[in-house]
Design a binder for this molecule. Structure first.
Ligand code: S3P
Length: 439
C-alpha cells in the first residue's frame, strides 16, 4: 500500500526563484479534522481543498471502514457520516499519528471496538499519552507493551466527565480528548494544551459542537451531536514554510505564497524568519473560521536566533527546516525544549544532525534540541555554507523536504535518499520545487 520509502531525488543549487510560489496543499492538520468531524456528523459534508497526501488519505480510509461514505473528487471530498460500526478489520493509520490519536478518542467516546495499527514509524510512536487519560474518563484502551500501537479500543464502556491534566502539551492529545468528550456523559475539562495549535476548538463549533475555552482550559459538555457542514481547507503553513525558507536563503530571492492558513499557533516559523532578518510581509484576506492570507519573504542577510520552550508549539513541525536555515545565518542558532522532535515520524533531531553534518554544516545535538552555527559572515558575501552530498530522510517527509531546501543554497547538488516519503504531506513537492527554480 504505502510506498513512502522509495526513490531518491537530486536537487541542484538554485540561481534564482520565481516570484509566485507554487500552490501549496491544503492544511494537513485541518484536513484530518474536517474529514473526521464530517464522518461523525449525520448528513453530508463537503470538504474542499483537502490535503492531497497519504496521511489524510489514511483518515479517509479509516472513517470509511467505520461506516462513513467518502467520495473523493480530486481535492474535494463529500462525506456522509453518522453512527459508526465496529470495523471488521484493524484500522490502518499508515504513517499518521494524527489519524491514530484522534480516532482513539472518537472511538472511545462512541463505544466502538477497534484495533488501530500503523506503519513501522507510527508503531514506534508513544500512544500511552492518549490511552492513559482516556482510561481516566472510563475508556478501556490497551497498547502494546511499549505503550505503542497496535492500540485496542474496547467497545461498550460509556465515558464519564472528568478533569484531565495533560502531561504533554499536544494538540493531538487535546483533540482526542475533545472528541471523546463529545460522547461522554458529563463535562470534560482539559488542561495543559498551552499554545499548541487550536484548530479543533475553532472547528468543532462549525460542526455543531460547543467548546468553551476558559483561559488555558478547554471544556466540552458531553454528550453532543455533530452537524454536517461544508468546509474549505486553507493552505498549509507547514508546506508554505519550505518555499519561504527557500526565499530566505537564495540570494536575491523574493516570493509570495498565497492562501496560507495564518492561525497564530502555526506561524512560529514565519516569526523566526523575520527575527533572523528575512523580509516578511503578511496580508490577511479572511478571518473565519481560520485566518488566511498571503506571506511574502525576501532574502536578506540572516543572523542566528534562540528558540526556547514556550515558542516550540508554534514552530514544532518546522524546527528541522529552521536548522537548515540556521546553517545560512551568521552565528549560532539554538533550539531548546523540543524533545518532542525525537518522537515524530522519525527522531528529527538525530536525522537533522546526521544530514546537516553530511552537507558540511556545523550542528551540535542536545537531548531537547540542537545548535547550528552558520557562516561567520552572512549571505551575500560570497561564502557558501553547505556542500553537495547524499543525505538520508529517515523516511520522514519533513526532513526530506528540508534537505531539498538546503540544496538550493549549497555549492553542489544534494541527493536525498528515501525521498518518496514527501507523499505523506506534499506529493508534488519535487515537481513544484523544480518549477519554482525554473522561475
Ligand atoms: C498535529 C499536532 C502536532 C504536530 C503534528 C500535527 C495536529 O503533534 O506535530 O504534525 O494536527 O494536531 P503533537 O500534538 O503530538 O504535538
Amino acid at each position: 500500500m504505502m510506498n513512502t520509502q522509495a526513490r531518491s531525488e537530486t536537487v541542484a543549487p538554485a540561481r534564482a526563484l520565481g516570484r509566485l510560489a507554487p500552490n501549496i496543499p491544503g492544511d494537513k492538520s485541518i484536513s484530518h479534522r474536517a474529514v473526521i468531524f464530517a464522518a461523525m456528523a449525520e448528513g453530508e459534508s463537503h470538504v474542499t481543498n483537502v490535503a492531497p497526501g497519504e496521511d489524510v488519505a489514511s483518515s479517509m480510509r479509516c472513517v470509511a471502514a467505520l461506516g462513513a461514505t467518502v467520495v473523493r473528487d480530486g481535492l474535494n471530498v463529500r462525506i456522509r457520516g453518522g453512527a459508526w460500526r465496529d470495523p471488521s478489520e484493524a484500522l490502518d493509520c499508515g504513517n499518521s499519528g494524527t489519524t491514530m490519536r484522534f480516532l482513539i478518542g472518537a472511538l472511545a467516546g462512541r463505544g466502538i471496538a477497534a484495533t488501530l495499527t500503523g506503519d513501522e514509524s507510527l508503531s514506534r510512536r508513544p500512544m500511552l499519552r492518549v490511552a492513559e487519560p482516556m482510561r481516566e474518563l472510563g475508556a478501556v484502551v490497551d497498547t502494546a507493551s511499549g505503550g505503542t500501537a497496535p492500540v485496542h479500543v474496547r467497545g461498550g464502556h460509556p465515558l464519564h466527565g472528568g478533569h484531565i491534566v495533560m502531561k504533554v502539551a499536544s494538540a493531538q492529545l487535546a483533540s482526542s480528548l475533545m472528541l471523546a468528550a463529545t460522547g461522554a456523559n458529563g463535562r470534560v475539562t482539559i488542561s495543559g494544551a498551552g499554545t499548541a495549535r487550536d484548530h479543533t476548538a475553532k472547528m468543532l463549533p462549525h460542526f455543531g459542537v460547543a467548546v468553551q475555552r476558559n483561559g488555558d482550559d478547554i471544556v466540552v459538555d458531553g454528550p453532543q451531536t455533530f452537524r454536517a457542514a461544508d468546509f474549505r481547507v486553507p493552505g498549509d503553513p507547514s508546506a508554505a514554510a519550505f518555499w519561504l525558507a527557500a526565499a530566505a536563503i537564495v540570494p536575491g530571492a523574493r516570493l509570495v505564497v498565497e492562501n496560507v492558513n495564518l492561525n497564530p499557533t502555526r506561524l512560529g516559523f514565519v516569526d523566526a524568519l523575520e527575527r533572523m532578518g528575512a523580509g516578511v510581509t503578511i496580508t490577511v484576506t479572511a478571518e473565519e473560521p481560520e485566518p488566511m492570507g498571503h506571506i511574502e519573504v525576501s532574502a536578506r542577510p540572516l543572523h542566528a536566533i534562540a528558540i526556547e520552550e514556550p515558542e516550540v508549539p508554534a514552530i514544532l513541525d518546522e524546527l528541522p527546516l529552521l536548522g537548515i536555515v540556521a546553517a545560512y545565518a551568521a552565528g549560532t542558532t539554538t533550539v531548546r525544549g523540543a524533545r518532542e522532535l525525537r518522537v515524530k515520524e522519525s527522531d528529527r533531531i538525530a536525522v537533522l544532525v546526521k544530514g546537516l553534518r553530511a552537507l558540511g554544516g556545523s550542528i551540535d545535538e542536545v537531548d531537547d534540541g540542537f545548535d547550528v552555527t552558520g557562516p561567520s559572515t552572512s549571505l551575500g558575501t560570497g561564502s557558501v555554507p553547505l556542500r553537495g552530498a547524499t543525505v538520508e530522510s529517515g523516511g520522514d517527509h519533513r526532513l526530506a523536504m528540508a534537505f531539498a531546501i538546503a540544496a538550493l543554497g549549497a555549492s553542489a547538488p544534494v541527493t536525498i535518499e528515501d525521498s518518496g516519503c514527501v507523499a505523506i504531506s506534499h506529493p508534488s513537492f519535487f515537481a513544484d520545487l523544480e518549477a519554482l527554480c525554473r522561475g
